[in-house]
Design a protein around this ligand. Structure first.
Ligand code: GYE
Length: 327
């Protein structure tokens, strides 16, 4: 299921009735305990990762017996601000949101704080001076992801003198994953001058833009002069691979490819040798978000920053042990 519409701003997943299947709630609980209401502002539906993340959130809410008001902001931070304001007006118990970009949230989060509604930041981070504006942030370590991409190249090209010429398709400008994947990558490679990033531009995490950028790259550089494609997500990688194939370039052989996310199709490419390294970014944060929401509502203390566990799959790994990704 792809969540593509704003669905009249929100849709309510009424999950209470399902949550007690197979359990025997006490009489008082069953009739008097009100379900937690969680307002979730999702930034959009730009990628396979994002669709899976939305599904994970909605399904986990249902399983946890949490009522969710889910809004898709369609890549527009203004829509996220509007959604958060509606959650405040509705007096939800908890607000969770995945911010498109890092800045611009202080005012609206100040309003949530004034209304006494706790906020969980999910996936991407915000940049603020005032960390009392959120209760907990559950994110990936994007800088680590970037460093892992760099470490793969260090290993792959350990016996080459260079130059190793890299083209980079980065994610949405000013978003935490684009910043971390850019900076982490460079922090590793800067120790060896043979690595040169000859092109870097934002493809907004979208397949269509990955395609366009790869076309642009091939009009400016001869394919023989490109050693590596580093793409900040799988969808952009898919677009770039299409262009390479059309140009007679063999992905994974003529150009070494590193991609981030680890969707099923990219793992298939890795197994075929069309991609060389995949940095996992885990979209299945739904169950953890629900657990955190429950603990916050119960008045328990939660850690301020929680990182989601992730790994690397590359041509040096045992690829037979990778379980089906499911997305
Ligand atoms: O890598 C990309 C998506 O914020 C981690 O956003 C997320 C990124 C993910 O569009 O595919």
């Amino acid at each position: 299921m792809r969540i593509t519409k704003r669905l009249l701003s929100f849709f309510l997943v009424l999950s209470v009735s399902f949550s007690c299947i197979g359990c025997e709630p006490s009489k008082t609980n069953a009739s008097t305990e009100k379900p937690i209401v969680l307002g979730f502002s999702q930034l959009g539906d730009e990628s396979t990762w994002r669709s899976q993340n939305s599904l994970s959130i909605i399904n986990a809410a249902q399983e946890a017996g949490i009522k969710i008001m889910f809004d898709d902001a369609m890549q527009n931070p203004e829509n996220q601000i509007k959604a958060i304001r509606s959650f405040i007006a509705y007096k939800v118990d908890v607000i969770a949101f995945s911010p498109l970009v890092e800045t611009g949230w202080d005012t609206v989060l100040g309003e949530a704080k004034a209304a006494g509604i706790p906020v969980i930041i999910v996936d991407r981070m915000i940049d603020t001076e005032d960390d009392s504006l959120y209760t907990c942030a559950l994110c990936s370590d994007f800088d680590l992801e970037g460093r892992r991409a760099g470490e793969f190249l260090m290993k792959k090209f350990r016996n080459t003198d260079g130059p190793v010429r890299i083209v980079e398709l980065s994610g949405t400008e000013d978003s935490t994953p684009a910043i971390g994947r850019y900076e982490g990558f460079r922090s590793v490679l800067s120790s060896d001058p043979k690595f040169e990033v000859i092109f870097s531009a934002s493809g907004d995490f979208m397949r269509s833009k990955g395609r366009e950028l790869m076309q642009q790259i091939l009009t400016h550089y001869e394919a023989e002069k490109i050693d590596v494609l580093y793409s900040h997500n799988d969808d952009m990688t898919f677009g770039a691979i299409e262009v390479m194939l059309e140009a007679g370039i063999i992905p994974g052989k003529d150009i070494v490819i590193i991609s981030v996310d680890a969707t099923q199709r990219i793992i298939d490419y890795l197994r075929e040798g069309s991609v060389n390294c995949v940095i996992e970014c885990n979209p299945n944060s739904g169950p953890q978000v629900m657990e955190i929401a429950k603990r916050i509502v119960a008045g328990e203390k939660v850690a301020k920053q929680i990182y989601i566990e992730e790994q690397v799959f590359d041509e040096y790994s045992d690829l037979s042990s990778i379980a089906d990704r499911g997305y």
